[in-house]
Design a protein around this ligand. Structure first.
Ligand code: CA
Length: 221
């Protein structure tokens, strides 16, 4: 999952970015409203965490602009502690959830998780698809046999994206865009290597290849 964080606080921004990356979300940080708005339109993010008080352009206007351009990327807004007006205007502008500052990173992770599930049409809680269940805390997967396997950071990011998009044809470049950050070295051929590693761990028929087009997660029914 690829996230955009728009937060100008010089301490909180980098701290959240590090924590989100550690939690397996490839996260880009923007510290400015104008930049952040453009990035949110251009890059294929799965979710955006948007501070409301930003230099350049206020978060609320950014959100309104995204929604008026049919940018439906889920957005969690960060509001001031007692700013109930912010929450109301945020929801009216099209926010999916909010979090009042200060907050614990754990709480942000739980909310991100819930919003991503909801937008993928899945129930909240454990991510379980095709008999696999993903443990997002220790970044491991449980097989139908009950065996638990640990995953590397990239394997985890890739498998989570696949499990949140079952049955969809996903090209190598789509997978690359949703698994890596903006500034990372995006070689989509590397995806093949990770897909093969997942196949070795999960069994050969769970990730199907459509030659020249990409991959589909899930067994043929
Ligand atoms: Ca701010």
């Amino acid at each position: 999952m690829r996230l955009l964080l728009v937060e100008d606080d010089p301490t909180l921004g980098p701290k959240l970015q590090t924590a989100l990356n550690k939690a397996g979300y490839a996260t880009d940080l923007s510290v400015d409203g104008i930049d952040g708005e453009a990035m949110g339109d251009i890059e294929p993010y799965d979710l955006i965490v948007l501070d409301l008080g930003l230099p350049g352009k206020p978060g609320l206007s950014i959100l309104q602009n995204w929604r008026s351009r049919d940018n439906a990327t889920p957005v969690i807004i960060l509001t001031a502690r007692d700013g109930w007006e912010d929450k109301v205007s945020g929801f009216n502008a099209g926010a999916d959830d909010y979090l009042a500052k200060p907050f614990q990173i754990e709480e942000l992770l739980v909310r991100i998780n819930a919003v991503l599930r909801r937008s993928a049409g899945l129930k909240p809680g454990e991510l379980a698809v095709e008999g696999l269940s993903l443990d997002e805390h220790d970044q491991s997967v449980r097989l139908p046999s009950g065996e638990k396997l640990s995953l590397t950071g990239t394997e985890f990011k890739l498998l989570r994206y696949l499990m949140l998009n079952p049955g969809r044809l996903l090209s190598k470049s789509t997978l690359t865009e949703h698994v890596y950050q903006f500034d990372s070295d995006k070689d989509s051929n590397v995806m093949e290597v990770y897909i093969n590693r997942l196949r070795q761990k999960l069994g050969p028929d769970l990730i199907r290849t459509r030659r020249g087009q990409g991959y589909i997660f899930g067994r043929e029914h």
